[in-house]
Design a protein around this ligand. Sequence first.
Ligand code: FAD
Ligand code: GLY
Length: 378
Amino acid sequence: MPVSRREIHMRKRYDTIVIGGGIIGTSIAYHLAKAEKKTAVFESGEVGKKATSAAAGMLGAHAECDKPGTFFEFARASQKAYQRLTGELKDISGIDIRRHDGGILKLAFSESDREHLMQMAALDSVEWLEADEVYKLEPHAGNRILGANFIRDDVHVEPAAVCRAFARGARMLGADIFEYTPVLSIESEAGAVRVITASGTAEAEHAVIASGVWSGAFFKQIGIDKRFYPVKGECLSVWNDGIPLTRTLYHDHCYIVPRHSGKLVVGATMKPGDWNEQPELGGIEELIGKAKAMLPEIESMKIDQCWAGLRPETGDGNPYIGRHPENDRILFAAGHFRNGILLAPATGEMMADMILGNPVKTEWIEAFKAERKEAVHR
Ligand code: FAD
Ligand code: GLY
């Protein structure tokens, strides 16, 4: 159970306070608690209920990155960390993160799709399949495909379960998780950071801003001139009436993800600049059209639910993960855009290493620091 608000006053000093209880904040708390650091998470609502719960849960290092580079290496490291975490989180928290091993089929419907997908062959673990080979794997895939890239390693998990497992794991290891405790401001003074919440003030050696798309207000307070932009994503889920589908089907930012429960998750629209977290009919209609091209039988499946969430985008599409350039007590990990579920383990580990003074790859520090030179993305 989360700690009650009154108890904030019982322990006023922490090693680290994490602001935000999405998958990024809870992963950081878990990795710090594992290193025996006294950690608190302050979450304005309930743990994992914002972008994290909206996500499909694909660990799409290849499907989402497309080309080699530092981001891909970081994503691969995080994807591999899930192999270890699946059992570790089950042991410590009792929660199964519902890892699903089918991989992703990135479909080609046109010659330009095929050309684009062929370029992905530069990445490890990507295999081009002609249409007849695709139908052997997934006989119900749409009949107009030319082929697909099969990415075995791009498995998926259930994001809300991962976040709950990180949070419960962190608690079992001694962390405090305060829900319904919005942080109002961060103040830095000699020897500590003060975190002022709606329910009281706490102090720590370090504070980490991990508030997703809502991190901008804190960046402003600490004098870092970077913004976060919402990119709303709408999804729906249906009950699969019994056709076999083992692999995620993916095309043109749309995907059909088969869950262990028998549900298929269909996502997701991309609506930049929209702060409204409600799904809209137009977005759902767009998804249904794209989903029917990939899996015609989906037309007769029963609707389960529709939802939406806000991806936290930055100026160049890469997250800010690092330390304040002039105040080493303040750190941040936000702006994971389309890949926060994938990147949560590596982000948690990198933040913990920075705080503990362990070595961190220089390329990762340089790629994700806030004061980097950003290539224009938006
Ligand atoms: P959030 O989950 O939004 O958490 C931030 C938390 O901070 C919230 O709980 C919020 O309440 C809290 N907070 C805000 N302000 C304050 C405050 N003042 N005080 C205290 N707490 C505060 N990623 C993948 O890797 N794979 C996918 O398949 C995938 N699919 C997606 C599909 C959709 C439709 C969407 C919208 C996103 C998807 N993503 C996916 C992206 C992923 O969901 C995000 O990158 C990730 O959830 C970001 O995590 P976060 O913890 O930074 O943000
Ligand atoms: N990574 C999938 C999405 O953001 O929709």
